[in-house]
Design a binder for this molecule. Structure first.
Ligand code: 0O2
Length: 232
């Protein structure tokens, strides 16, 4: 967590945060450094819990089908800077309860699969688990975003088992194919890159939309080939 960095006055992140934030949020950060560090540790724990759940499913499905449905898993704890930016953009009250209640993606787990069918199979097995509570599902695979973005997003609540208590923590899980991940990584660069002339940005966006369609077609063909191989 970036809290330790925030304490250093000359730190680069401190300078950015100072620019983004009001005095109130800077005071909040300083006054709550220990509870915030604890909360972030809980989010790290829920990331571990969920990552393990997917690794277990991968292990079992690989025994059953002799191949690994999960290509890789990436996890991230949202940076303190992004959390504060979201607080400001969404006009959320800045206190610990409000962060937990209103920001669902502090803990993020991205599961990357080879094939689209694997995503739905994993989804079913994951949501069937007794201790996983689905809060929200957004299927950008069946309903891609207008820019061509595809991925399956879940907000879930999962218990973490601490020394003297069990705590329910929320996390965002994104499931996508390798092709969808490849596309999203490049498109992400466009979103965060400043200084691209408007007409150039429009051309890139059109190219990306076309690439999204091409990669969907590739995903479908690869899936069909895999199924033919398996069925022979
Ligand atoms: P980062 O830096 O990846 O964390 P909501 O509040 O749920 O209504 P939100 O938070 O936009 O709206 O949720 P959504 O639509 O489920 O998107 C959450 C995350 O999905 C984003 O997080 C991105 O990681 C990814 N994502 C969504 N849309 C796009 C897109 O068009 N392109 C790419 N490359 N990624 C996308 P953050 O917080 O925006 O960013």
């Amino acid at each position: 967590m970036q809290l330790s960095k925030i304490r250093l006055n000359e730190n680069k992140e401190q300078i950015i945060i100072n620019r983004i934030l009001s005095d109130e949020s800077i005071d909040f950060t300083k006054e709550n450094s220990l509870p915030l560090e604890t909360l972030m540790a809980y989010y790290r724990c829920v990331i571990m819990e969920i990552e393990t759940k997917f690794r277990v499913l991968n292990e079992q499905l690989s025994l059953q089908y002799d191949r690994n449905p999960i290509e890789s898993i990436k996890t991230r704890l949202k940076s303190w800077e992004s959390i504060l930016r979201k607080v400001r953009n969404k006009n959320i009250p800045l206190n610990l309860e409000s962060l937990e209640k209103n920001i669902n993606d502090i803990a993020g787990i991205r599961v990357i699969c080879s094939f689209q069918e694997d995503i739905y199979q994993l989804l079913e097995s994951f949501l069937r688990q007794d201790d996983v509570k689905l809060i929200k599902k957004k299927d950008y695979i069946k309903n891609p975003k207008p820019n061509g973005y595809k991925s399956l997003h879940l907000i879930v609540e999962v218990p973490i088992f601490l020394q003297n208590e069990t705590k329910l923590m929320k996390a965002e899980v994104q499931l996508r194919t390798i092709a969808m991940d490849f596309w999203a990584s490049l498109e992400h660069k466009l979103r965060y890159k400043k200084n691209i002339p408007e007409d150039e940005a429009e051309i890139i966006a059109e190219e990306l939309l076309e690439c999204s369609e091409i990669s969907s077609a590739l995903d479908k063909r690869m899936q069909a080939i895999k199924n033919r191989i398996i069925n022979n």
